[in-house]
Design a protein around this ligand. Sequence first.
Ligand code: P6P
Length: 347
Amino acid sequence: MPQVRFMTLARHIIEGEKKHPEATGELSKLLSDLSLAAKVISLEVNKAGLVDILGFTGDNNVHGEKVKKLDMFAHDMITRAMDHGGHLCVMASEEEEDIIHIPSRYKVGKYVLLFDPLDGSSNIDANISIGTIFSIYRRITPDGKPGQLEDCLQQGLNQVAAGYIVYGSSTIFVYTAGEGVHGFTLDPSFGEFLLSHENIRIPKKSTIYSINEGNYLYWHPGLKKYIKYLQEEDAKTGRPYSTRYVGSMVADIHRNLLYGGIFMYPADHRHPNGKLRLMYECNPMSFIIEAAGGRSTNGKQRILEIQPKKLHEKTPIFIGSEEDVLKVEEFMAKEEVSNEIYLSSIT
Ligand code: P6P
């Protein structure tokens, strides 16, 4: 267990902003409001098995996926915790089709919040770790007016902060505001997030890979060769790698951030753009992993440089230890020609 210093999340955020004389303290308050929502969600997640909020609401989300009650609880909790602080001009949630306006009775701020309220929620009933993911941007439309869709459709490079909360054996809040990646473990006895993982760096190379091998048949030929390469025996390069795949992105990325590893959700002929959402999952996780010294691309292009066109668009993603991501890109580039043949053969 990492050494826990008595440094609270709130204090750490304020200390971080003090390094920037121009800071107004708004970002600190925004992140603190978010940590409050996280504490409440953590309480519900940890007693989900006891309280009748398991099972389906019967509704579907914008992606046609059945919504679990805890999903909507988390969505509502974050929306309600964040809409009146005066720091945001607009929000967008993976669980809601359109942008979420700030009620007219509240002050409009200069930041934008995008979030996936409860990622990996299909695992809730099996008591597998799940998580909340968030991205914070500065608005690009004029101050003082309600935020617009274009405030939400910014390249991931423009994020001012990003983070996730993983609800697992303990609840950990991980964030970066551009000055390193830091983790805080919730002490439920007095409800504070305490600094437990200071300045996290992801190992440059790992021996762990995370991918749903059930989709092997549909993969790019270069990816198939890369996975077979990882399974060969070669002590010098630490092969064969171990495969670790929870099926909950926050849990998989958190483990790989701490131990090293590459997480992949590629395109295939059933998911031509992959499965994971650019704005709610891939951009925030890429901002964090790059801040920790890792790499994140769609196989060719840096995720953070993708210009989003739609709020819920998806992207393939290869994210984690830098050398491992470069290696899979190398394997796929070698098959470039057959990639065209591959795509024409399956579409
Ligand atoms: P598959 C969970 O539903 C999720 O959105 C991510 O958290 C996770 O990494 C991925 O989908 C798992 O998808 O197709 O492997 O079950």
